[in-house]
Design a binder for this molecule. Structure first.
Ligand SMILES: [Zn+2]
Length: 322
């Protein structure tokens, strides 16, 4: 019966693939290494053959697949399914992802930005379920985002909406990967947190991180910073406090602009829990107008690593790109 959907979430390190029901329930999922050096043609060939294997394993015919939804880093043209540029995937410039997948599998493919797909996943079946105006931040190596307005993914006129990591927080702040200065991403991403920790230790600050990393500063991870903060380390708490404040400043601007019902944070950094969310909420509510500040819920995402494949499937079924 033609009632299954494939979801694919392409990342710089791994590619997640799932077979889902039309209701978004995962029947089978797997992950394969991206090996970005192989280039897009080879990678997509591997994705197609893994999808075929996965269907065979579950005795699902390829002809029973309604559509395939793909989340991919951008910027990209979601209508035509063409990747414009991806900093973490060399050789994908102007790659016709939709066409390649469709010719490999003979299933209609829908391509969307990865952060938009994850946002749609949270809206459909995660922390945003039941709400219609949602903003989602994805906190990873970079900071991405997505916006759902009145139940519809908002892509902007050129498919570039939702790049929340590149809101300017400090006009002359540190240089961002995008070339601008003082973007949220350059101030509040996980790698930045680690960089600040190392800088602090080098300048003579006493912190538990020195013993946790056994004196090897390069071994410091963001998880280590959450751990030492939860054990009461003052410096680690200050770092999370500052990160939370920067995120809160961005959220305040969004609350005043869009008046969302809920703001969702996903990605590894949410492991820091209230040590991050408390200063974040405080700053957002302090800066935003009282009404949107009172209304909004600022919460953790619920779907974890599955948000991308679930959201890609949701968007593929919805078919806004047709
Ligand atoms: Zn930037």
């Amino acid at each position: 019966m033609k009632n299954k959907v494939i979801g694919v979430d392409i990342g710089g390190t791994n590619i997640k693939i799932g077979i889902l029901t039309k209701q978004g329930k995962i029947i089978q999922k797997t992950s394969i290494p991206t090996n970005p050096k192989e280039g897009p043609e080879k990678i997509i060939k591997r994705v197609c053959s893994r999808i075929k294997d996965l269907c065979n394993e579950r005795k699902i015919k390829i002809s029973d697949i309604i559509r395939i939804g793909i989340g991919c880093p951008g910027p990209l043209d979601s209508k035509r399914g063409i990747i414009i540029k991806t900093p973490n995937l060399p050789g994908w410039e102007n790659f016709h992802l939709k066409k390649r997948i469709e010719s490999g599998l003979k299933i209609p493919a829908i391509v969307n930005n990865d952060a938009n797909s994850a946002t749609y996943g949270e809206y459909w079946l995660g922390a945003g379920k039941g709400y219609s105006t949602i903003v989602c931040f994805t906190l990873g190596t970079g900071i991405g985002g997505g916006i759902i307005l009145n139940g519809k993914l908002f892509k902007g006129i050129d498919d570039t909406a939702g790049h929340l990591g590149h809101i300017t927080i400090i006009p002359d702040g540190p240089r961002c990967r995008c070339g601008n200065r003082g973007c949220l991403e350059a101030l509040a991403s996980a790698p930045n947190l680690v960089r600040k920790a190392i800088e602090g230790i080098n300048s003579g600050i006493k912190t538990k991180l020195t013993s946790l990393s056994k004196g090897k500063l390069q071994a410091i991870t963001s998880q280590m910073i959450y751990l030492s903060a939860s054990q009461g380390d003052k410096f680690s708490r200050e770092l999370l406090d500052e990160t939370g404040r920067y995120l809160g400043i961005a959220v305040a601007g969004i609350l005043n602009t869009l008046n969302p019902e809920i703001v969702i944070f996903s990605g590894g950094m949410i492991e820091a829990g209230e040590l991050l969310f408390k200063p974040l909420r405080k700053e957002a509510k302090r800066r935003a107008f009282p009404q949107p500040a009172k209304r909004v819920k600022i919460v953790k995402a619920k779907l974890g690593n599955d948000a991308g494949i679930i959201g890609s499937v949701g968007l593929a079924l919805r078919g806004d790109n047709f």
